[in-house]
Design a protein around this ligand. Structure first.
Ligand code: COI
Length: 356
């Protein structure tokens, strides 16, 4: 149990227009911080005014990227309660990432307490316009001031909050995705399954290339043969082929084990759909499209929620999916998932954690 110290702001900020939130542009009044020093463990948990932090220019995180982050959301229900969606899954993944990055683990109960405390402190920032939520970004950075490549002894664990709308400017309208065959995001034995900034840094060049061609994101393929589907960087990916739902399996360790991905699979299984988690060759997607059997494709993510894919570009071969419209299954998943998150549908899976 953390003994959180509160240093609350005396100058609350003006809240942004809820119809123009976009993603990750505004930050709330407070943040949570806790320090770690080897031999002492995690200490001094505190909620302080949202502020810049001062670090040595030699801090490990700047040079060798020893860091991790997570992403989850708080939602306001029609009754005015504030709730989190499956925070236990994010906390579990957080410690999986920490182990991969040689970052000290954090007690899961302490993380949950910190999440609830910071969201409760800034609960007036949880927006209630349709499609909005409070994005929660916990992260840990290595802060030793030394340039040798080695595991740091000092860390900061910080949680910041941002009221958000849709991740993509297109909202829930289908996005265009470019299939990337030149660059690689992750390989077996690497950090693909971990939530670390380095994965996203390595993906920027592909995303930039895709954006220059008018695409929203990149579909990353396996790092060895560039033959099998991995993920879309900010989302996991699903295909509906001839009524069957397919998504890449996690076994190679190159894909992020998404909380939304896991929830979608649970919903589909519950509804009696055939869901296969396996290797999916791009050639299979192309073939299904040519045969008129690629019914739907969509991405899943905390930020992206359910994001229909309207177009895939494979080396110039353009595949328009479901007439570039949101498909019935994508819509059903979006409605059910967000229905539970926003407290409009019954939480039959026990996914909701009430903050207040
Ligand atoms: C999320 O969905 O929470 C993510 O972290 C994806 C992206 C914004 C980096």
């Amino acid at each position: 149990m953390l003994n959180i110290r509160y240093e609350l702001t005396t100058q609350k900020k003006e809240k942004p227009d809820q119809t123009k939130l976009g993603f990750g542009k505004y930050f709330t009044d407070h943040m949570f911080i806790m320090n770690y020093t080897e031999g002492k463990g995690w200490y001094d948990p505190r909620i302080v005014p949202y502020q810049d932090i001062t670090l040595s220019p030699a801090a490990t995180v700047f040079h060798y990227a020893q860091e991790m982050f997570e992403g989850l959301k708080a939602y306001k229900t029609p009754e005015g309660h504030i709730q989190l969606f499956r925070p236990d899954k994010n906390i579990e993944r957080m410690n999986n990432t920490n182990r991969r990055m040689c970052i000290p683990e954090v007690d899961p109960a302490d993380v949950l307490q910190a999440l609830k405390a910071i969201v409760a402190a800034d609960s007036d920032w949880v927006p209630d316009n349709p499609g909005t939520s409070l994005y929660i970004r916990p992260f840990i950075i290595a802060i030793d001031a030394q340039l040798g490549v080695k595991v740091a002894s000092n860390y900061l664990f910080i949680i910041i909050l941002s009221p958000v709308g849709a991740y993509y400017a297109s909202g829930i309208n289908p996005v265009k995705i470019f299939i990337e065959t030149e660059y690689t995001r992750a390989v077996r034995g690497g950090t693909g399954y971990a939530k670390v900034g380095g994965n996203y840094a390595a993906s920027l060049i592909g995303q930039k290339k895709a954006e220059e061609m008018g695409y929203a994101q990149v579909l990353w393929l396996d790092g060895i043969e560039h033959k099998y589907v991995d993920e879309v960087g900010a989302m996991n990916v699903f295909f509906v082929i001839d009524g069957e739902v397919l998504t890449p399996s996690l076994e190679d360790g190159s894909i992020l084990p998404g909380v939304t991905r896991d929830s979608v699979i649970a919903l589909l299984n519950n509804w009696g759909y055939k869901v296969s988690e396996r290797k999916i060759a791009v050639a299979e997607i192309i073939e299904a499209h040519r045969a008129g059997k690629l019914d739907e494709a969509f991405g899943t993510g905390t930020a992206a929620v359910i994001s229909p894919i309207g177009e895939l570009n494979d080396d110039g071969e353009i595949m328009i999916i479901n007439d570039n419209k949101i498909g019935p299954l994508s819509q059903k998943l979006y409605d059910n998932l967000t229905g539970v998150q926003w407290g409009r549908l019954e939480d039959t899976f026990g996914w909701i954690e009430r903050v207040k």
